[in-house]
Design a protein around this ligand. Structure first.
Ligand SMILES: Nc1ncnc2c1ncn2[C@@H]1O[C@H](COP(=O)(O)OP(=O)(O)OP(=O)(O)O)[C@@H](O)[C@H]1O
Length: 253
């Protein structure tokens, strides 16, 4: 499953939120979206998920324009975990995650053991199986975030879109979610603020003021000139003696 965006533009009240963004997400790759606050990352993810129509350009799923596809067909291929996803409070964690199965169900295909398996697997993958029977309203911020990710996994998508998924997570769960994302074998687009975490993506897309400023392997893209120009920081690279990986420390320019 390949997702490609061609010359995407989104304009609200005379202002370009996205302008001329083109990129292709290859099968199985993890593409990181980075950029300062308000650079257009969430807007781009909503367009890629088919939730918002572009004012210019188009999004194609395996070559087929998404604008012509029924929402249900899109939802069987693409799952989005939004930044401030809401869920009704009067629901158990298991039932909230089970909502991810909705695109696969209809009158001829009612809930089955297969759906239970997907939900149990998703809860296990985000380390929430022990909270399955809890009321959603009792979850902490980080537990909710993991439950939203579980719902997206239960949807069994080929393409997973994640908007700052590590936001509320403690450091162990941040690392676990990033490992999980890498291990799924599906295409992933993940908006991240932590540039050191972003270094683990296959490629990075850098947004600034709604425009794509750079696209490519993290080590090539995040050079000192770009970090100063786009993020307004000076970076010093250190080498982690544990595994030889490059770690950046940031300072104001
Ligand atoms: N419906 C809207 N009406 C007007 N402006 C909007 C609307 N939605 C988003 N914006 C603006 O568009 C810009 C891009 O927003 P977006 O949420 O895509 O940025 P972001 O890169 O995800 O930011 P952050 O890192 O802060 O989450 C912001 O300046 C935002 O205020």
């Amino acid at each position: 499953m390949i997702l490609d965006a061609h010359d995407l533009g989104r304009r609200v009240r005379g202002r370009d939120l996205l302008d001329g963004v083109s990129l292709t997400i290859a099968r199985g790759e993890v593409l990181g979206l980075v950029g300062p606050n308000g650079s257009g990352k969430s807007t781009l993810l909503r367009l890629l998920a088919g939730l918002v129509r572009p004012d210019r350009g188009l999004v194609r799923l395996d070559g087929e324009p998404m604008a012509a596809m029924p929402q249900r067909q899109i939802a069987r291929q693409i799952a989005l975990v939004a930044q401030s996803a809401e869920t009704s409070d009067r629901i158990t964690v298991r039932n909230a995650v089970a909502l991810g199965r909705t695109p696969w169900l209809d009158a001829l295909r009612p809930w089955s053991d297969e759906d239970d398996t997907h939900v149990a697997y998703a809860l296990r993958r985000v380390d929430l199986a022990h909270l399955a029977n809890r009321d959603w309203s009792t979850l902490s911020g980080g537990e909710r975030q993991r439950a939203h990710i579980a719902r997206a996994l239960a949807q069994d998508p080929q393409i997973l879109l994640l908007d700052e998924p590590t936001n509320h997570l403690d450091i162990r769960h941040q690392l676990a979610i990033l490992d999980l994302v890498r291990s799924l074998g599906v295409s992933v687009v993940i908006a991240l603020h932590d540039l050191n975490q972003a270094m683990r993506c296959d490629r990075l897309a850098v947004l600034q003021n709604g425009r794509l400023r750079a696209l490519g392997p993290p080590a090539e893209i995040l050079d000192p000139a770009l970090l100063a120009r786009v993020f307004g920081v000076r970076a010093n690279a250190l080498i982690d003696p544990h595994d030889g990986s490059r770690v950046m420390r940031f300072h104001p320019c």
